[in-house]
Design a protein around this ligand. Structure first.
Ligand SMILES: [Fe+2]
Ligand SMILES: [Fe+2]
Length: 162
């Protein structure tokens, strides 16, 4: 059985690397779009993911923990690859999978907040809940963007989001 502290560190390490993948994927995503409100919003979302990464990194430091170097390399590569693929994959898929990913991210931060609560780290709980809300807002944005798209019903059946 792992301790609450070990569990919290593990989730934060995953989130820290996940955020770099998200940020680079969104960078490629907004760059692949033409000027539009969506482009502007995704550019903001990229900035918010970098902010999350910085905050998660601060908490790791306070827990005397470090990001995992292999995970960092893998997720850096995933982010760069996804970002580049947005130029090829058309409009719908990056929007859909972004939304689906965001729905998992908010749950991940809520789980982390639970462990922080167990440890009596109240400022950390608040910060994690705030980030969970941020990821939820991202999800709501992408849900709105793909709403009514012809591919949505089949994607929803296969990938179980939206
Ligand atoms: Fe994030
Ligand atoms: Fe996000």
């Amino acid at each position: 059985m792992k301790s609450a502290k070990q569990n919290l560190i593990r989730i934060l390490q995953n989130a820290y690397s996940g955020e770099v993948a998200a940020a680079y994927a969104y960078r490629g995503h907004w760059k692949s779009l033409k000027e539009s409100p969506e482009k502007t919003r995704i550019r903001e979302i990229e900035a918010e993911e970098w902010d999350h990464r910085r905050r998660v990194g601060d908490w790791l430091e306070r827990l005397d923990a470090k990001p995992r170097p292999i995970r960092e390399k893998i997720f850096w590569t995933i982010g760069r690859t996804l970002g580049a693929s947005c130029f090829l994959s058309g409009w719908f898929m990056p929007m859909y999978f972004a939304g689906r990913l965001e729905s998992k991210n908010s749950l991940e931060y809520e789980d982390a907040a639970e462990f922080a609560r167990e440890l009596g780290m109240h400022a950390c709980v608040d910060d994690l809940i705030d980030m969970a809300r941020g990821e939820e807002e991202h999800e709501v944005f992408f849900r709105g963007v793909v709403r009514g798209h012809r591919l949505l019903p089949v994607m929803r059946r296969v990938f179980r989001w939206s």
